[in-house]
Design a protein around this ligand. Structure first.
Ligand code: PEP
Length: 251
């Protein structure tokens, strides 16, 4: 298990102004003073990445994009390239979040291209996968999540996998207050790990697999105590420095 550090990332979604984001991370870095051995990142809105990165200079906390395009530049209105994220101070990027898949029509193929481009630019892609409630109720969770993992990582080798993270986020648990039990999370994380092992052998043991879906200070420790739950992708609870710091400390 010591093969991988825990990785806790906060997804601010379309919340927080620049001033609010800077205030939050100023409080967060003080709350995390002395914490080590865990990777921590926050993903602000694109407009806040640069100032929030400035406010975090010299701290443990890294910056991520909430999405990233696969081209370096060009006529892609509304998109941001990996190089632009790096220039603004980011070290990682969420790809394939269920809100992007469901509300903006992103596909496994696009997720793969975004992850590939992020890797090539030196960013850590956080590749999100997860089933809907209807898919879970139909007993299709492992099939759906497995297909997303295989398609999203098609063509990736052990070197690539050593530089990315996966986030298992059951869609029915995102922003609903309903969390997967630690046993439900572990079952899916172990299945993802088994697929990674098929793809790249023992290198699978180095890939952090985060859990996401209504993670809070109250449930974080139990979830992250599972052998294949290597951290968390946190939405709502990352909008409070105190809650997010408590989740990081639980890791
Ligand atoms: C998310 O958006 O990735 C997420 C897990 O949200 P929440 O923690 O609010 O459920």
């Amino acid at each position: 298990m010591a093969l991988r550090n825990k990785f806790v990332a906060g997804n601010w979604k379309m919340h927080l102004s620049v001033a609010e984001g800077v205030a939050l991370v100023t409080e967060l870095r003080a709350l995390l003073d002395g914490v080590a051995g865990v990777r921590v990142a926050v993903a602000p809105a694109f407009t806040a990445i640069h100032p929030v990165a400035d406010a975090l200079r010299g701290s443990l906390v890294e910056i991520g994009g909430q999405n990233v395009h696969w081209e370096k530049q060009g006529a892609f209105t509304g998109e941001v390239s990996p190089e632009m994220l790096v220039e603004a101070g980011a070290t990682c990027a969420i790809v394939g979040h269920s809100e992007r898949r469901q509300l903006f029509g992103e596909t496994d193929e696009g997720v793969r291209k975004r992850a590939r481009a992020a890797l090539d630019a030196g960013l850590t892609p956080i590749v999100c996968v997860g089933e809907t409630l209807a898919e879970r109720d139909a007993g299709r969770t492992l099939e759906v999540v497995g297909a997303q993992v295989r398609a999203g990582l098609e063509g990736f080798d052990a070197n690539d996998l050593a530089k990315l993270a996966i986030a298992y986020e059951p869609v029915w648990a995102i922003g609903t207050g309903r969390t997967a039990t630690s046993a439900q999370a572990q079952e899916v994380h172990a299945a993802i790990r088994a697929i990674l092992r098929e793809l790249v052998g023992d290198a699978a043991d180095c890939v952090p697999i985060q859990y996401g879906g209504s993670v809070k200070p109250e449930n974080a420790a139990e979830l992250m105590a599972q052998p294949d739950v290597d951290g968390a992708l946190v939405g709502g609870a990352s909008l409070s420095a105190a809650s997010f710091a408590a989740i990081v400390r639980a890791a």
